[in-house]
Structure formats: C-alpha cells, structure tokens
Design a protein around this ligand. Sequence first.
Ligand SMILES: *Cc1c(COP(=O)(O)O)cnc(C)c1O
Length: 388
Amino acid sequence: MELAQIITERVCRVTGGAKVALHEPSFKGNEWAYVKECIDTGWVSSVGSFVDRFEHDLAEATGAKHAVVVSNGTSGLQVALQISGVEPGDEVIIPALSFVATANAVKHCGAQPHFADSDHATLGLSVPALADYLPSVVERRDGASVNRHTGRRIAAIVPMHTFGHPVDMPALMVLANRFGIAVVEDAAESLGSLIDGRHTGTHGLCAMLSFNGNKIVTTGGGGAIITDDAQLARRAKHLTTTAKQPHKWAFFHDEVAYNYRMPNLNAALGCAQLEQLEGFVAAKRELAQRYAHAFSDVAGVSFFLERPGTRANYWLQTLILEREFADQRDAILAHTNEAGQMTRPVWELLTQLPMYTGCPAMETPMARDLSLRIVNLPSSPQLVTGAV
Ligand SMILES: *Cc1c(COP(=O)(O)O)cnc(C)c1O
C-alpha cells in the first residue's frame, strides 16, 4: 500500500472516519449563558464585567500576575513588543518557521524581523543554534546588543511555542540575559502548555496569547498580553485603550495609542471557554496518545510527542515524515483531504515570503528541513470527548 493510503487509513482509525476539520471550537459549557447575559444587560462592547473577569481568570490559569485582553493576538504581540522596549529601527529575532503574524507584529512596531533557525526537538526556536550565532553577529555598544552588520539594535527575541510544544525557555532566558536582550513569548498556540510545571508565556518579560477561532480556547477573535510586571501591564492596558486618562467624564488622552480592546461579548465567550481549558488539554493529550499508537508501526513517519519535563497542549497534532519520504507529503495531504480528513502542511518559511526576503537571517537548515516534513492532523478535542 502507498504511504498516503496507509496514513489516511490510520487517521480514519483515530477520528472515526467521518469528515473532520483540522480544528473546531467546542461550546459545551457556559457560553450561551454568559453571552446572553451580555445581550440581556446591554454590556456587549468595550467595557463590562466579563472583560475584567476574563483577565482575572487568565492570570489565574497561567500563573502570570497580570493579563490584559486585546482584540487579537497580532495586536497583542505588537503591544507586548512595544512595552518591552522595541523601537522603530530595532531588530527582533524570531523563528523563520512561524505563522506570518509573528513577523507582522515586529513590522507593525517599525522594527525588522531577524530570522533564526528551529530545533527538531521542540519545533521552535533553536536555542543551541542561537547560542552559536549571537556571538558572531552581536557587538556590545553602551550595554545594548547591536547587529554588527546592520548597525541596528537587537531589542528582543520572540520564541514561539509551535503547536503547543514549549521552547527550551530556561536555556533561552540564560542566553538572552547574557546579551541583555528582552524575551517576549509568542504563546498564541500554547495556552495550557507547561515547562517543569510553569506555564509557557511566564518565562520572558511578557507574552501574547491568541483566542482566534482555531486556537485551543476561542473568543471568536481576541488575544491577551500576560506579564508579572505591574508597570508593563498598566502600560499595555493604557496603550490598548486609547491612552485615556481615567476620569468620570473628561476625554483626555496623553499619547497616540490604539483601540485594541476586546469587547465584553467576546470576553464572555472566553470566560466560558477558559472554564473548560483543562478538559480540552486532557482530550488533546489523549488524542495524541491515540495517534502515537496508530502510527507506531508505520514506517517512514513518526508522531511528534512532548519532550520530558514539558506538558504540551497538543493544539495541533503533528506527524513528521522521515527525510526520504518528504517527497510524498503532497500526496499524503491530497489523499487525506480527499477522504474528508483535513490535514495541513506547516507554514512556508517566513524568509520565503515576498515582504520578508532580504531581512537579516541566520542559516535556517533545520527550519527548512522541518517545513518540508510536517503534516498536521485533525486535532479537535471533540474527537475524544465524542459529539463531533
Ligand atoms: C494564531 C497565531 C498568532 C496571532 O493570532 P491572531 O489572534 O489571529 O492575531 C500569532 N502567532 C502565532 C504563532 C499564531 O499561531
């Protein structure tokens, strides 16, 4: 049998074989009740009790001291970078293998992405590769780390926890601190993922979470900035809410800022979703075990499992093709999708997109290699809890 056929058969064995999407939201908790409460009370827009409650619940769920909810993850990352000191003309190190929003947020700050390689062990930013590279490119000037080739300051590093698998944050923090570079985590995909029991997004200075419709918890669209630093949190709130000085009635705004608020309606959905986070994580972890078992005797592929010491949320389930089978990826994608099993390749490398060619970059052989060999499998928690 062809590999594509075998893979389709094994995916169907796990999903039950009916037509399934890559990732669908699950609304079986208090979603209706909380959203209805917004409509019944008229509090649907940019202020309301669910906004405060969602921020409180997010801080509790992640162990961060503060959370500021925003209109989406991309705007959240932009502001997270800004409050961490990224200025126009700076460079920000990001993985070449990421969703385009990571690079766009850097650009929205007026800064330049500087692309880094990925790691086969984590699928995220390669800390060993970066440790080799930084000394060759960085020159210390007045306490800042400057790219000796471009003369631009390297103001931040953005690790991204791919599909919910954590980057080696303890090692990255040691490296970043050595060079005096701020770490801002793109934790868009990793709500519920832990490193040694500590939530992703709480190792760096601050982090962004996304609640887009395809993420593990959704508000329809939305995001958050989380941080332990009270001053940064205040600054994030101020910048994302038009920089209005608090007053009973006066409209005084003290800087050019944004309307990146999350409406109460969306926060209500978020509160209900967050109540079910541990259930979603448990279902996705069980789904991962089922896939791992189903693929254990299939030559040419391996199912990607969490590293020891981490808990992955398994946001998107990930199959890795062995190198000699990489040329079959498109046949596998075609065969599974034709059978109603929605699978997807990983993103094109950011260094290949027209607006990001020519940006500073280290060699990215591992990111390139991974980008050709990843196939994401149907990942909805309902595949385990039933009622698909
Ligand atoms: C989803 C996602 C984002 C941005 O999320 P939006 O809420 O859609 O703006 C950013 N980075 C990564 C890696 C993502 O997966």
